[in-house]
Design a protein around this ligand. Structure first.
Ligand SMILES: [Zn+2]
Length: 420
């Protein structure tokens, strides 16, 4: 089957003279890091920027039939603008609106994207979990599109990224939110129905283009999205402490450059938060640092080849908590990993002064009231610490080192329960 797919692929691509995306693209789709990473303010034309950057090395490369995936809100904020830019560049774009990050959305896009021969599948190229094996096979067949743009927040980016991976097409990430590092990472969080919500391996984007003007917003959830992004970023500090510990115990090799990439942004952001500027949430400099730092975090994962540089005990805790709520989490990913990170930091015996001050400035939880404000319930949090042992059991962290008791003690010291 593999050989047959390759043969058809060669015929389709050779006959057409341009990449039609049957199986293997003419340009490598599986990048270690994105080929283009750009943070700008009011970018005139995203396709023009892409073309300019790619043209130098691949002068004949054209993307004529882009698929733009957005949701109803991000279509208005940024999708329409991008569609217009694509039309102006001579392409024939098509928009597809999604409502959630469910796998059903991904399947709907296959219907739209595949012209024929859709019954063939090529085995999963990246397989790290049973879920990757189950859901990750590459869809073969001639396609209606030659590139996928994801324009939106986490759910949109995840669906678009995963669809592009399954269709074996290049992916351009255009985030409208900085709530976590997923917009530049090689992973997609999808709701797999009866299998729950899972993180699946996908491809690193071809390009990540952050326009700060698309990020800024005056809607009621804006500040929460920013503080969530900060929370996800700061949690890298304990993820790397866990990684070092795993190395010390001979469980996993530590790689200092990936660790540096994952944590340098966190340190920069803490510095910003210790001397906060006026109008912090709308400061161009602060948002630029946050965007670049989240990109660096994602790049660290891509380089290392797993989420290890940005995912330790605090991320295991997040997955366990999410499952205990039946995947109906009220806190955001960034808020929950930030909370886990703060008491993990205590369990590691680190000084918490600067981290706590940074949490206070940005509005991340530092006490019981903060937990409640984010919708984090103490009983579930306590249960999640124990349940976290079942999440990624091969990943050695402070939980495996010190045991549940150590983490629960740290939790009660950092977030003491209110008397009565
Ligand atoms: Zn995360």
């Amino acid at each position: 089957m593999k050989l047959l797919n390759k043969l058809i692929d060669q015929c389709v691509n050779r006959a057409s003279g341009a990449y039609k995306g049957y199986l293997s693209p003419k340009i490598p789709k599986q990048f270690t890091i994105p080929l283009i990473e750009e943070v700008g303010h009011g970018i005139d034309s995203i396709p023009a920027l892409l073309h300019k950057r790619l043209h130098r090395d691949m002068p004949r490369l054209r993307f004529n039939t882009p698929l733009v995936i957005c949701d109803a809100i991000t279509r208005e904020i940024a999708g329409k603008k991008l569609l217009k830019q694509l039309e102006q560049s001579g392409a024939r774009p098509r928009a597809h609106i999604i409502a959630s990050n469910s796998y059903a959305e991904v399947e709907q896009i296959f219907e739209l994207a595949l012209k024929r021969l859709a019954q063939l599948e090529s085995p999963c190229a990246i397989s790290s979990t049973p879920f990757d094996q189950k859901y990750g096979a590459i869809k073969c067949g001639e396609k209606r599109f030659d590139i996928v743009y994801g324009v939106g927040g986490g759910s949109v980016i995840d669906v678009a990224k995963y669809t592009a991976y399954k269709l074996n097409l290049p992916f351009v990430s255009v985030p409208t939110s900085l709530a976590n590092d997923g917009f530049a990472s090689p992973f997609a969080v999808l709701n797999l129905g009866s299998d729950g919500t899972m993180t699946l391996s996908a491809n690193t984007p071809l390009a990540v283009i952050v326009d700060i003007e698309l990020i800024k917003s005056d809607d009621s959830g804006y500040q929460r999205r920013i503080r969530s992004g900060v929370g996800d970023l700061l949690s890298n500090l304990t993820a790397v402490l866990d990684w070092k510990l795993a190395d010390l115990r001979g469980k996993e090799r530590f790689e200092s450059y990936s660790a540096y990439l994952a944590t340098c942004g966190a340190r920069l952001v803490i510095k910003e938060l210790l001397a906060p500027r006026e109008d912090l949430f709308y400061s161009a400099q602060f948002l630029e640092i946050l965007a670049c730092s989240l990109m660096a975090s994602a790049e660290a994962m891509s380089r290392y080849g797993s989420s290890r540089p940005a995912s330790g005990f605090e991320h295991k805790l997040y997955h366990a908590y999410n499952e205990l709520t039946g995947f109906k989490l009220r806190a955001t990913h960034g808020e929950l990993v930030a909370v886990g990170s703060l008491f993990s930091c205590r369990a590691h015996g680190q000084n918490l002064d600067d981290l706590t001050k940074a949490f206070r400035t940005i509005g991340l939880p530092i006490d019981e009231a903060g937990l409640q404000e984010c919708g984090i319930e103490r009983e579930i949090l306590i249960a999640a610490v124990a349940a976290a042992r079942e999440v990624k059991p091969g990943r050695y962290t402070i939980l495996e080192e010190g045991g549940v008791e150590k983490l629960l003690t740290a939790l009660s010291e950092i977030y003491p329960a209110k008397p009565g």
